[in-house]
Design a protein around this ligand. Structure first.
Ligand code: SF4
Ligand code: SF4
Length: 339
């Protein structure tokens, strides 16, 4: 799995956006805010060399790329299935393109609480998004990013029924940008979030809808009973933090957006996706003995590999203002074949 950044722009301004620092950095380093056709072809070669069948398009908002439909067509010509991460407010052209793909070969992850405004869902945006989801039907999985404890997922059940999209919701925890100021959850708030999620999972289960969890959830935010409920609701719970592998327009490979500027590989490393992931994991190994809570260092769940200790960006933030330095030794940062 690898995500390809094709657009460095977005026309919304979500308070929790963890790509904003990446997008700002990227803008100062590249001439174009959109991937060129030539570079996109190189990314497809990279996916082929890595044995990856799926093209995962991210941004910014990927559908804003002026040649979005051309990129999708090119990926299809090369036998790839398509995954698009979108806020769901796309042009008719982009929508018609995705609508023409077979549902089994196209997934559009619609970030349902993406918005211009803090805590005020824009009704016009929701109306447009609802229409888009209805047209894409089974191609759509809804995504919801939790960035405060006052969230409510109940509106998603009628939305799924109305639009006929997938009966699964991808839930993410907003994570901090290391040097930025996005809205994110403090680990002390995780148990409150867990209680709300489990309550919702029970209701959703009754309607045949399950929750899928993104990275950064931790084992101790849920009780044994909670985990049983989630399991019955079809959720495969994993408390993980692994390299996501986001390929920037510059060709740089980034662990994930929140670790922009901290954990990345330069363009032209010559590695395939598996090797990149291994190398990014080596870069972060030194930080892994800690976790988001001070208890993580001695936690049995961590020692047994049940929990990663939470999001590394949160852990790094924990130490940001302390005297502890977390420099990575040059030997760990070096790239095989370039040592
Ligand atoms: S490793 Fe840390 S976050 Fe994970 S379960 Fe243990 S104490 Fe909780
Ligand atoms: S540091 Fe780990 S948990 Fe946090 S966003 Fe990146 S991959 Fe996900």
């Amino acid at each position: 799995m690898a995500n390809i950044v094709i657009s460095e722009v977005c026309n919304l301004k979500c308070p929790y956006c963890f790509a904003s620092q990446f997008l700002e950095n990227a803008r100062t380093h590249t001439e174009s805010v959109f991937i060129s056709l030539e570079d996109f072809e190189a990314r497809l070669d990279f996916l082929d060399a890595s044995g990856i069948h799926e093209v995962r398009l991210i941004g910014g908002e990927p559908t804003l790329h002026p040649r979005f439909t051309g990129l999708v067509e090119r990926a299809r010509e090369r036998g790839k299935s398509i995954v698009v991460f979108s806020h769901g407010l796309m042009s008719e052209r982009a929508l018609a393109c995705l609508e023409s793909l077979p549902p089994g070969e196209c997934t559009v992850l619609v970030n349902i609480n993406a918005t211009r405004q803090v805590d005020q869902p824009d009704e016009r945006e929701m109306t447009q998004r609802r229409a888009t989801i209805a047209r894409l039907g089974q191609r759509v999985q809804l995504g919801f990013n939790v960035y405060s404890t006052r969230f409510d997922l109940d509106f998603l059940i009628p939305l799924i029924e109305e639009t006929g999209c997938q009966r699964a919701i991808r839930v993410g925890l907003a994570q901090p940008i290391l040097d930025g100021k996005n809205a994110y959850l403090h680990p002390k708030q995780y148990p409150i979030v867990a209680r709300r999620l489990v309550r919702f999972a029970r209701n959703a289960m009754a309607q045949g809808i399950r929750l899928d969890f993104d990275c950064g959830f931790v084992r101790c935010m849920f009780s044994e009973d909670d985990l049983n409920v989630l399991e019955q609701a079809g959720t495969l719970f994993e408390a993980r933090c692994n390299p996501i592998l986001d390929l920037a327009i510059t060709g740089e490979a980034i662990h994930c957006f929140p670790l922009t500027g901290k954990v990345a590989l330069p363009a032209g490393s010559g590695m395939d996706a598996g090797q990149m992931r291994e190398q990014l994991s080596r870069q972060t190994r030194i930080y892994r003995s800690a976790g988001i809570y001070k208890e993580c260092s001695t936690c049995l769940h961590k020692q047994n590999g049940v929990c990663s200790g939470g999001c590394l960006a949160v852990t790094l933030r924990r130490f940001q203002h302390s005297a502890i330095r977390l420099d990575v030794p040059a030997s760990i940062l070096s790239i095989p074949g370039q040592e």
